[in-house]
Ligand binder design. Structure first.
Ligand code: PEP
Ligand code: MN
Length: 338
């Protein structure tokens, strides 16, 4: 349920409503950044009646939110959520590119690629310190050592760091370094981890599980937002289908569906979506044409030597040429690449 209040409602009227919601065993959420003043209600709302609130002072409207997901839905908040990183914000009409290697492999490797990307105007560096690998014998990441290098590289090049949180034991360590905590496809429905990520109050990039529906993705985001963390980026990264020509099937349908259903920014990761480097530029451009707010792309200085996902990494030259095409495309879809 959503209570729409008079924009000039005094604080005491808002507090009265919140108290009443709590007395009815539900949870009130003041919806941030909305041009209208609204209080969302979650919990056993089937016990609530519109009349419980409609006659209270400063209440303009009481709306029942019929979707399974509540706080992430456009019904609760119609305006796009913009995640504020100063002049590097994500969402709205800004297009942002998160780029970097799959993994942190060494201090030299991450410094070298960070410098290259910074010089191309990239603001967000991705790289995993903890890697979720299908095989236990594959490179598992440098772990704490990797986080240390990310901390150093962040300071050296003034980059925002996007890195994956794999489990509850490393929440504090990852949150201390990450500007955006990545929750990977394999953990999309690790609900305890989602709550832990939300509790940090850091921006979270939530990747779609490889067998998850769009509704599953939105319900997972609801776990994070219910911790009062509204800074969530949803990321389409390909799903499993019968098709074997590519690593996954990039579901670009999800982009316009998500953009309609939720106020959260929507990114696409074509690297994991197709898994083969030469298919990444066309699918990156297609993602933007479909309405994505940004891209996450794996870039490695020497893809042939990468310790993970080298076959889907662009080298700097190819990435630069993709960036030039993105710059041309962005204004056509009403976006600005900054
Ligand atoms: C990654 O971004 O390197 C990664 C492991 O992604 P996903 O969780 O989408 O497989
Ligand atoms: Mn990867």
């Amino acid at each position: 349920m959503l209570i729409v209040m008079d924009l000039n409602a005094p604080r005491e009227d808002i507090e009265k409503i919140k108290l009443k919601i709590k007395q009815l065993n539900c949870t009130p959420h003041e919806i941030p950044g909305a041009s209208k003043l609204a209080i969302g209600i979650t919990g056993p709302t089937h016990n609530l009646k519109q009349e419980d609130f409609s006659l209270m002072p400063s209440v303009e409207d009481v709306v029942r939110v019929t979707k399974k997901y509540k706080l992430v839905s456009r019904m609760m908040k119609s305006e796009d959520t913009i995640i504020d990183f100063g002049n590097k914000s994500i969402g709205g009409n800004r297009l942002q590119i998160i780029a970097g290697p799959c993994s942190v492999e060494s201090r030299d490797q991450i410094f070298e690629i960070a410098e290259i990307l910074k010089n191309m105007g990239i603001n967000f560096l991705r790289a995993g310190a903890y890697k979720p690998r299908s095989s236990p014998y594959s490179f598992q990441g440098l772990k704490e050592e990797g986080l240390k290098y990310l901390e150093e590289v962040k300071k050296e090049f003034d980059l925002k760091i996007v890195t994956e949180l794999l489990n509850q034991h490393t929440v504090d360590a990852v949150a201390a370094v990450a500007d955006i905590i990545q929750i990977g496809a394999r953990n999309m429905q690790n609900f305890t981890l989602l709550e832990e990520a939300g509790k940090t109050q850091k921006p979270v990039l939530l990747k779609r599980g490889m067998s998850a529906t769009v509704e599953d993705l939105l319900l997972s985001a609801e776990y994070i937002i219910s911790q009062n963390d509204y800074n969530i980026i949803l990321c389409e990264r390909g799903i499993r289908t019968f098709e074997t020509a590519t690593r996954n099937t990039l579901d670009l349908n999800a982009v316009p569906v998500l953009k309609k259903e939720t106020h959260l920014p929507v990114f696409v990761d074509p690297s994991h979506g197709v898994g083969i480097w030469d298919k990444i530029p066309p699918m990156a451009l297609a993602s933007i044409a479909a309405g994505a707010d940004g891209l996450m792309i794996e870039v490695h200085q020497r893809p042939g030597e990468a310790l993970s996902d080298g076959y889907q990494a662009l080298d700097p030259k190819r990435f630069k040429s993709l960036l030039e095409k993105i710059k041309e495309l962005a204004p056509i879809v009403g976006k600005e690449l900054v």
